[in-house]
Ligand binder design. Sequence first.
Ligand SMILES: [Zn+2]
Length: 199
Amino acid sequence: MIDQLPHMQKMMRGLQQVPFLASKNVYRVMSHFLKMESQQLEAFCKTLVEAHAGLIECSVCFAWQEKNGTCLYCSDRSRDHSIVCVVATWQDLLMIERTRSFSGVYHVLGGVIFPLNGIGPDDLTVDELVQRVDESVKEIVFTINQTPEGEATAAFIAKKLQGRNVYLSCLAKGIPIGAMLEGIDKITIHKAMQGRHPF
Ligand SMILES: [Zn+2]
């Protein structure tokens, strides 16, 4: 049916490239956009383009920052720069920040090693992490989802840091195995952060 509506088909193909947009939601999203006033839609598109142009990943921790500004975490002198919390995604960083249980700095890996999906260490910021671990870094906290891929990623990094004078820790097993940090309540994450132990 949709193939008889070229504009619709083109729009659908575009939206299908958006990860996390479940196929059953594509039609709802399409309807939403089509019903928007053109001015409203133009403003929406402009917001996306401007955000894309105005934000950049920090060159140290890879969290998003304003292109013309400084990193909220790396440039904060009140934070403890000797402890680095390693997270898979920026969303995970936000979850930890919400708990207010961590006052160190971060390192966003950009995902986890997932050979089946073709994601290897070179697709992540593993090398950048290993490079930034110098004398000033005393502890690395692996705050990665406790999935087989997450555990393997932490183990890979731990191996790369072997011989360095840095304490490696990970979250306590208070978080259900296989659960995603994004869906976990603040208290559980807070308790897990407090009870971290040697990796
Ligand atoms: Zn940063």
